[in-house]
Design a protein around this ligand. Structure first.
Ligand code: MRU
Length: 347
């Protein structure tokens, strides 16, 4: 890829500032876990898998910041770091998956010296980053076969290289289909209010020379009715064990429309996005973000002063509206309870 979403360089976390794209391509360096936590909250980095990588790297940075050589004191401060990172964004389960993975490693190696443990945690965070790219390529391979040559594919939000360590989940499926030699056109929903589709999906697909057209969120029904959409592919922030999917606000609306028009609706996500501890989507916490994302476009207020605002950042698409869930371990459709559980047993 011609850009890097997130990287570990000289014991700093380096991230492209996604708030500024596409106008400015600025990489920011972080040397403390508190800064990384703030960057996750403020959406310098966003997208479930990328948030997971940032969380792991933030924890590794935090561990390096601890000055004590005493393991008990180190352990206490390590848990505090994990809690701070865990309080950033509630919906994407990849955040908690990454924290748990770092905590497990900590327990496994706590008999080592503090210095050695710091190195082990750093290596793990870097591995999570590299693994994510490999996983996305597998998701791509599994999903790319499902898209027909000559298709126009609608996507919502950004589930691309910018939302992961690289390549992307939903956009990875599209990239793979193109690598298979298929001719694919993309329709990118603008995705109000943060405009991940208009700003980020359009930017990264154009960089790759992929045919992309931006539409506003209220145009998809009209285009589906006209026969201009052949398939929908989106990412996910958390998938419940029954196959209900939390993803960017507006995804549910697209799924209902796709079902109405008989258009396949695919969800592409790694196993780290599947939360088998949650039985249905009703149990998925939905993040409510600041009203200013709705009242303002950049610095300009577009709503009357003092008007009431709602800003839920995600919604839940019921499993019955989903044609298939595409993962690195295979594709599941229909019997999600059995199918999703089965994916973990394959490993
Ligand atoms: O609020 P965001 O930008 O973090 O939301 C991102 C999404 O909803 C993505 O579709 C999802 O995380 C999948 S990313 C591969």
């Amino acid at each position: 890829m011609s850009f890097k979403t997130i990287d570990w360089q000289d014991d700093k976390v380096v991230m492209i500032d996604q708030r500024l794209l596409p106008e400015k391509e600025i990489y920011r360096e972080y040397s403390s876990y508190l800064e990384v936590a703030e960057a996750i909250k403020e959406m310098v980095v966003r997208g479930a898998p990328a948030i997971g990588v940032a969380a792991a790297m933030g924890i590794a940075l935090g561990a390096r910041e601890i000055e004590s050589d005493d393991m008990d004191s180190f352990s206490k401060q390590f848990s505090e770091i994990c809690s701070v990172i865990g309080a950033t964004r509630p919906t994407a389960v990849n955040l908690f998956w990454a924290i748990e993975r770092m905590k497990r490693l900590f327990e496994e190696y706590r008999t080592e010296t503090v210095e050695a443990l710091k190195g082990i945690l750093k290596q793990e965070a870097i591995s999570i980053c590299h693994e994510d790219i490999a996983i996305n390529r597998e998701i791509g391979k599994n999903g790319g076969v499902l898209l027909k040559d000559g298709s126009t594919v609608l996507t919502h939000c950004n589930a691309g290289a910018l939302a992961t360590a690289g390549y992307g989940t939903a956009l990875g499926v599209i990239r793979s289909a193109i690598d298979y030699g298929k001719n694919i056109k993309v329709l990118a929903d603008e995705t109000r209010p943060f405009l991940q589709g208009a700003r980020l999906t359009a930017w990264e697909l154009m960089k790759d020379g992929i045919d992309v057209t931006v539409i506003t969120d209220n145009m998809s029904g009209h285009l589906m009715k006209k026969g201009d959409v052949d398939a929908v592919v989106v990412g996910a922030d958390r998938i419940a064990s029954n196959g209900d999917v939390a993803n960017k606000i507006g995804t549910y609306m697209v799924a209902v429309l796709a079902a109405r028009h008989g258009i396949p609706f695919y969800v592409a996500a790694p196993l780290s996005t599947i939360d088998l501890a949650i039985s249905t989507g009703d149990d998925i916490p939905i993040e409510e973000r600041t009203p200013t994302e709705v009242t303002h476009i950049k610095d300009r207020q577009i709503t009357p002063e003092g008007v009431n605002i709602k800003n839920p950042a995600f919604d839940v698409t019921p499993a019955e509206l989903i044609t298939a869930i595409i993962t690195e371990e295979g594709v599941v459709s229909r019997d999600y309870i059995r199918g999703l559980k089965g994916l973990f047993e394959k490993r």
